[in-house]
Design a protein around this ligand. Structure first.
Ligand SMILES: NC(=O)c1ccc[n+]([C@@H]2O[C@H](COP(=O)([O-])OP(=O)(O)OC[C@H]3O[C@@H](n4cnc5c(N)ncnc54)[C@H](O)[C@@H]3O)[C@@H](O)[C@H]2O)c1
Length: 364
């Protein structure tokens, strides 16, 4: 039987929407039907670029014949409204990171999708890197033994022009935070995916290198994981490098170590060796080719991991299952980042998870 080809629509026609359109154009099981932006010129320009119907009226967009799935590419603090409207219109949803900037808003999104029996999938494209998939598989097979240390390092760079390029960037109201909520969230999600849930955090954060913004451009946290491991998390947009430093996740256990640098593996070291290990390092070792990741330039990313993220969501719809990155899963990184903010705002006091409510942070 021929598999259904789902009609996609993109909400928000800015920077990342271009990558969504490329991913949809190449994916299996989906095609682009229409785009929507509250700014009519932005919608029309993008509609012309990708040759599909453009709307600046949300109701008309959601009534577009053949629209099944919407991707959300609006500023982070503007995800909730379109998600709830799309859910009420019976559309499945794939939403950019962070899912939203407050837990209460995320919970409303999850509830609306549940009520309308539509899928809510998050975008965390790094989970679809081959290095991440191999690491997860080795961890699930118990190859690390008892996890001891789990760290994430996101030493990236963003210019002042980047923060000045959109009124929402670097604001508490719409970005929901800075280096952590916008950029390092990729490392936070991967860390939670690979090392499991965090029990408590102690953190410091500050704004050290950018003007005008009140959110953090640097943060460090000490983490205690539920499985007994300890770790650190560093995130910044102040770390100059012409090409950008890789995002690193390091996991060490009683029986092995895995270090990931973007989509490469720099340590793959186990007490008990498997036959496939050599090939894994041949394919994914530091010297093998790498995808573009946007460490120093947010527009220099590869759309293919988004394509895999979207295909996994379509597969879940077909199977009538929850996607692997569902609302609950995508919520976790926001909760951890908010806990880090709460600790940093208190001068480094320990904060336990789960959080009862989102803290209201104005500055560090
Ligand atoms: N996964 C990734 O690697 C990645 C990379 C960059 C951005 N993002 C995420 O994508 C989202 C958008 O980021 P961006 O850099 O593309 O922003 P952007 O400012 O370039 O684009 C946002 C667009 O949304 C439109 N918009 C605002 N409110 C809207 C609404 N209510 N309905 C419809 N359109 C609306 C704006 O007019 C603008 O065209 C953010 O949540 C960001 O965190 C993810």
């Amino acid at each position: 039987m021929k598999k259904r080809n789902y009609g996609f629509g993109i909400i928000g026609c800015g920077m990342i929407s271009r990558f969504h359109a490329k991913a949809i154009a190449e994916m299996r099981g989906g095609h682009l039907e229409c785009v929507f932006d509250t700014i009519s010129e932005s919608a029309m320009r993008f509609g012309d670029e990708v040759a599909c119907t453009a709307y600046s009226d949300l109701k008309k967009f959601l009534n577009h014949p053949g629209l099944d799935i919407v991707t959300i590419a609006t500023p982070s603090g503007s995800h909730m409204k379109p998600v709830i409207a799309a859910a009420n219109a019976g559309k499945h949803i794939i939403c950019e990171k962070p899912l939203e900037i407050k837990l209460e808003r995320i919970d409303k999104m999850i509830a609306a999708c549940r009520k309308n029996k539509v899928m809510l999938a998050g975008v965390f494209q790094r989970r679809f890197y081959e290095a991440s998939i191999k690491a997860k598989d080795a961890i699930d097979k118990g190859r690390l033994g008892k996890m001891q240390m789990a760290d994430s390092y996101v030493k990236w760079y963003r210019t002042q022009d980047y923060y000045d390029s959109g009124a929402w960037r670097g604001t508490w109201e719409m970005d929901g935070g800075g280096a952590l909520m916008n950029q390092s969230i990729h490392g936070v999600d991967l860390l939670l995916h690979l090392a499991g849930d965090v029990k408590s955090v102690c953190a410091y954060a500050g704004t050290k290198n950018h003007k005008r913004i009140k959110v953090e451009d640097i943060a460090v946290a000490i983490l205690k994981f539920k499985n007994g491991a300890m770790g650190v998390m560093e995130g910044s947009t102040n770390c100059f490098s012409n090409d950008g430093h890789p995002l690193e996740v390091q996991l060490c256990g009683s029986d092995g170590s895995i270090f990931i640098k973007d989509d490469r593996i720099s340590a793959w070291d186990f007490r008990k060796k498997f036959k496939a290990d050599e090939q894994i390092m041949k394919d994914l070792g530091a010297k093998a080719g790498a995808v573009a990741v946007g460490a120093a330039d947010p527009t220099a990313i590869d759309y293919r991991p988004h394509k895999l993220n979207f295909e996994a969501a379509v597969k879940a719809i077909r199977a009538g299952k929850n996607p692997a990155i569902d609302g609950k899963e995508a919520r976790k990184s926001v909760e951890l980042i908010l806990a880090i903010y709460k600790s940093a705002a208190s001068g480094g006091k320990e904060v336990k998870l789960p959080l009862k409510k989102s803290p209201a942070i104005k500055k560090f």
